[in-house]
Design a protein around this ligand. Structure first.
Ligand code: ADP
Ligand code: ZN
Length: 523
């Protein structure tokens, strides 16, 4: 009997499922073959099964490194449901008593435990390392692997020690899993875990049923009330940046007869979980929340997600909007944007370590670029996740439904690419734009770029325009952002080809959010 047959039988036997989801089967086969494996799958894609099933089939114990204690307990309970043996899955973390810890270690050493969940803090403890050295390990699974990267949305320094601890305990294949798929984060993870050769399984992050729209932040509160009234009885989440705004907006909605509750980490825990339950049980329609709301919440029929404030990163935007339409039905994602909010976010970052500020600034730039662009929202979002999705009118975003007029832009793209080459692919977009528009500043001066023949060669257009040209070139894979020095623009093979052999290239002006009268937002 072939392996495939055995896999399906075990899928049914242990989990009661008839078919594998997405990449699960090839992923599991790769693990069973003893290779390093990298799994990029959106939330809800079925990542846990990718390590749970092979752990039951292989000799020894699989070590699962996972950051959340609460999540660990759920997973262990779920695993015990289908194992004949209570000891089939255990967790090891700081919440266990001494005697419970002893029982876990006994089960593991007796070979009854197929899966051992370990918090990264516990993994770094010398006594646990000594213990694990005695264990036959089938493989290591690093869950939420984006925690390794400072470019991910949940950086945890202990995650960076995993590789050296694995070496100390004893090497075995590694499987890394995450729902964060930006090429930068992916590269960081593979490099840090020493698995650049791993086989990578990447699912599409496209959510065709989600509608994306960015609106100028004018009279946002009024607009939100209007929208909710036009969608009576539908469930939705509204994200705000600050706790204060959360409370304010929830109150305004209530005053306007909308069933809404606030949710943020500053509330006492019983009110907070009470509000969450009201939303899940549909006693209220709307929850107004900070980003503290949503992790692990599985309400399938959320019909809209509104960002009252622009998120700090596109990653956050994707995760938060992703909570809409999980049942495959309608999911409207509206974002209110004004450039002033970006400046506010930049101000918040001051005082943080310089490296962190630089990362924050780059992530923010990506968000600005998304908000202001007249290109298909889905195209930009998926491009950010390293997916190629062009030529298509997605039919489900504001820019595709109301396209702006296009014009022939070949000459501008040529200028932009020529400049990238001229300065030896060592500069970021804002610097390149400054050269084209002839903007003098200290950086231009120190590189003597004002002496370049191209300095000011595009000054008949403004900075906004040239930013747009670079974004277009990025989305069309003519240029790319360097993986190691993020933000530095390099030519891609397609870009070199374009320079040698230019072809017609259509452009559209970006949206102009600067002309917006922001005082009106006080509604
Ligand atoms: P992720 O960790 O990627 O967010 P989970 O591992 O929590 O996803 O799985 C999401 C849901 O899909 C769970 O309810 C799980 O039971 C279910 N699931 C996983 N694999 C399958 C499958 N092969 N068939 C049906 N349901 C599955
Ligand atoms: Zn679109």
């Amino acid at each position: 009997m072939g392996k495939n047959f055995e896999l399906s039988t075990n899928l049914k036997k242990y989990f009661g499922f008839e078919n594998f989801k997405g990449n699960q089967e090839p992923v599991i086969q790769n693990i069973l073959s003893g290779n390093d494996t990298f799994v990029l799958m959106p939330t809800g894609g079925g990542k846990s099964l990718c390590y749970q099933l092979p752990s039951l089939m292989l000799e020894g114990t699989a070590i699962v490194i996972s950051p959340l204690i609460a999540l660990m307990k759920n997973q262990v309970d779920a695993m015990r449901n289908f194992g004949e043996d209570d000891g089939v899955a255990h967790f090891l973390n700081s919440s266990l008593s001494k005697s419970a810890t002893l029982k876990v270690k006994e089960d593991v050493l007796e070979g009854r435990t197929k899966l051992l969940y370990v918090a990264p803090e516990s993994l770094t403890k010398e006594s646990n390392i000594e213990f694990l050295k005695q264990v036959k390990i089938s493989f290591y699974a690093v869950d939420e692997a984006h925690c390794i990267s400072e470019w991910g949305h949940d950086f945890r320094p202990e995650y960076r020690k995993i590789r050296s601890i694995v070496n100390e305990i004893g090497s075995a294949p590694i499987i890394a899993l995450t729902a964060t798929a930006t090429p930068k984060v992916q590269h960081d993870i593979q490099k840090n875990l020493g698995m650049l050769d791993a086989l990578v399984f990447k699912s599409s992050f496209n959510r065709p049923n989600l509608y994306y729209e960015v609106l100028p932040k004018v009279n946002a509160t009024k607009e939100i009330i209007k929208f909710i009234r036009a969608n009576p009885g539908k469930s939705g989440i509204i994200y705000c940046l600050s706790r204060k705004k959360v409370e304010e907006l929830a109150e305004t909605l209530q005053v306007n007869g909308i069933k809404a509750v606030p949710y943020h980490a500053g509330m006492d825990s019983s009110t907070r979980s009470g509000n969450q339950d009201k939303f899940l049980m549909e006693d209220v329609d709307v929850v107004v929340a900070t980003i503290a709301f949503g992790m692990g919440i599985d309400k399938p029929d959320v019909r809209f997600v509104i960002h009252y404030d622009i998120p700090k990163s596109l990653e956050g935007y994707y995760q938060e909007t992703g909570r809409a339409g999980r049942d495959g039905g309608e999911g409207r994602c509206l974002t209110f944007y004004s450039y002033k909010d970006i400046q506010k976010l930049e101000k918040f970052m001051q005082g943080k370590p310089v490296a962190e500020q630089e990362i924050g600034r780059q992530l923010l730039l990506e968000t600005v670029s998304f908000a202001e662009s007249a290109i298909c929202r889905r195209t930009i979002l998926l491009h950010y996740f390293g997916e190629n999705y062009i030529d298509a009118n997605c039919g489900n975003c504001d820019n595709c439904l109301h396209p702006k007029k296009e014009f022939q832009g070949e000459e501008f793209v040529i200028k932009a690419l020529k400049l990238v080459k001229l300065v030896k692919e060592r500069f970021k977009i804002d610097h390149l734009v400054n050269i084209l528009t002839g903007e003098m500043n200290s950086s231009i001066k120190s590189y003597k770029h004002d002496e370049l023949e191209m300095f000011g060669c595009g000054k008949d257009r403004d900075q906004h325009f040239w930013n747009m040209v670079f974004r277009r070139a990025l989305v069309h894979s003519l240029i790319e952002k360097d993986i190691e020095q993020y933000g530095v623009i390099k030519l891609k093979p397609e870009g070199r080809k374009f320079l040698k052999n230019p072809v017609p290239f259509m452009l559209t002006d970006d949206h102009d959010f600067e002309g917006v009268d922001l005082e009106a937002t006080k509604a």
